[in-house]
Design a protein around this ligand. Structure first.
Ligand code: ATP
Length: 512
């Protein structure tokens, strides 16, 4: 099965089992807007809790806030979003499809990288143990040719980006022969800038002075509340403010499911530091955030850093944590050293002092800031796409499993009476009552036990707890493990602690 096919299956699976629905589907949906269903919301809440607790419980110097989506319009002037939150867009005249010019070029560059990686693999197979990758890359004529082309396109792309040269974007697309994936033609329009912020009218007077924006990032809520939190919380630098909330971007390209949405959720933390110490903190947060991801157990090899060569005007260091999605390595989280850009500009535009008096140095300054920013929905997609698998069992039967890390699973345990009579449902209900205060559980008595196991596998429930006739006598139940499908007898009295050891989110937090 190709990654593309797998991705389609995953999207269908998300709908079939109540993880994600297209928004307002009875009206044929709304592009790049999705709702979370009954299981999706549980998984999403668990992801948020893992992040929130990792930030605000494990770090005594990080506190949380919940700022509003609506903010004073000057916020977005100070942050630079009014002037520069643009994407370069290009249309294909034949398919009438719209693309981001930068993404078309980046995808083209990734394809060259893939070609080179394939060539390396060929070499590895040919030369076996004697294979020296570095030497191969330096001498193989195919790789050298691809590399020269890559470097040429890449340097033109970086220069165009830096100069904001839209004509050059188009020229690169034409020179590289990039075609529209739908029409297959090169019939491109010019590249234009497009501001990604949604605007709306505030109050009852509909003129320009009442135009406000739906926030395109949650971070600015943190910056404008910085002084309130610092003073009322008596926070000493270094300290952080964390926030989870909705953000809105009128994305040019609305494909790739929940990877790129027009309404999405971010988990952002701004860490305020003494100027001059930001690089040290940037390194620490890079390490810290990678550990948070890897601790979930989804394979270290599926993450990588992508350091930015071109820095935004306000940043002096930036990296992405990329994850191996079904459509390749893509940004999951950004970590940026944002200097005093945001606080400095808010100070200028508002005329309010946003300085910190440092008792250790006796100086006042606008703090520098290191930001970690991750999309909840992208994280959700990372977890689901990594977890989805189809297996053929020894008896030839097929099963679809979501191998979601147990602490994030929407349902932690299913309680299943073997049959619907003889007092088994009543016993199972008692087991439910015992577990429900600690874990989200599901009771199911319909269909054969095999079918019920399959249903739970398909939604990623780590444990099925089966009540049989023997249970009435020995007060034990059978616990089946989702991944190994092995079963063991467990006394009901030990069930809670057994599950706790496997599914409690705190087990993950302890490893950080
Ligand atoms: P991209 O280059 O993919 O558009 P970005 O660099 O604009 O992303 P940031 O502004 O750094 O993204 O936002 C921080 C995080 O918010 C991203 O790493 C991503 O996880 C998430 N995010 C950004 N835009 C979207 C979106 N449209 N839909 C879902 N998540 C998003």
């Amino acid at each position: 099965m190709t990654q593309d096919e797998l991705f389609k299956l995953l999207v269908a699976h998300c709908k079939e089992y109540g993880f994600i629905f297209p928004s307002s589907e009875i009206y044929d949906g709304l592009a790049a807007v999705y709702d979370y269903g009954q299981l999706g919301v549980e998984l999403k809440n668990n992801i948020k809790q893992y992040w929130w607790n990792a930030m605000t419980r494990l770090n005594e110097n990080i506190v949380g806030i919940d700022a509003c989506i609506f903010m004073h319009p000057k916020t977005w002037v100070a942050s630079g979003h009014v002037a520069a939150f643009n994407d370069p867009l290009i249309d294909n005249r034949d398919s009438k499809k719209r693309y981001r010019a930068d993404v078309l070029i980046e995808d083209y560059l990734s394809k060259i990288e893939e070609k080179m990686a394939k060539e390396v693999e060929k070499g590895r197979r040919k030369f076996g143990d004697a294979f020296d990758e570095a030497k191969f890359r330096e001498t193989n004529p195919n790789i050298l040719r691809e590399k020269a082309h890559y470097d040429d396109v890449h340097s033109r792309y970086v220069a165009a980006e830096q100069a904001n040269d839209l004509a050059e974007y188009k020229q690169i697309i034409l020179d590289c022969g990039i075609v529209c994936p739908i029409s297959g033609t090169k019939n491109w329009t010019d590249v234009r800038q497009f501001n990604l912020m949604f605007s709306t009218q505030f109050g009852s007077v509909g003129d320009d002075s009442n135009t406000i924006y739906l926030r395109p990032e949650t971070a600015q809520g943190i910056f404008v509340d910085y002084i309130n939190v610092q003073k009322t919380g008596r926070m000493k630098i270094p300290f952080g403010i964390a926030q989870i909330g909705k953000a809105f971007r009128n994305e040019v390209v609305a494909r790739q499911f929940i990877f790129r949405m027009r309404e999405f959720e971010q988990m952002e933390m701004e860490f305020f530091v003494r100027p001059g110490t930001e690089m040290e903190w940037f390194r620490k947060w890079k390490e810290n955030r990678m550990k948070w991801h890897v601790t979930l157990g989804m394979g270290e090899e599926n993450y990588r850093f992508h350091d930015h060569e071109k820095l935004a005007h306000y940043a002096n260091a930036a990296t992405d944590i990329e994850f191996r999605f079904p459509f390749g390595f893509k940004e999951l989280e950004g970590i940026h050293s944002r200097t005093d850009f945001d606080l400095g500009n808010h100070q200028k535009l508002s005329g309010k002092k946003l300085q910190y008096f440092d008792p250790e140095t006796g100086e006042s300054y606008v703090p520098y800031c290191v930001e970690t920013s991750i999309g909840v929905d992208r994280m959700f997609l990372a977890v689901l796409s990594h977890s989805y698998r189809e297996e053929t069992l020894e008896n030839g039967e097929k099963r679809t499993v979501l191998g979601i890390p147990a602490p994030l699973a929407p349902i932690k345990a299913a309680v299943l009476p073997l049959i619907k009579k003889d007092g088994l449902p009543e016993f199972a209900q008692k087991v439910m009552d015992e577990l429900k205060y600690d874990f989200k559980c599901q009771y199911d008595e319909k269909d054969s036990i095999g079918k019920r196991y399959r249903r739970q596998d398909a939604i990623g429930t780590p444990f099925c707890v089966t009540v049989d006739h023997q249970s009435l006598e020995d007060n034990c139940v059978t616990v089946r493990d989702r991944d190994t499908m092995q079963q063991r007898r467990v006394p009901v009295a030990e069930l809670r602690s057994m599950l706790d050891a496997e599914v409690n989110l705190n087990n993950l937090l302890r490893k950080l």
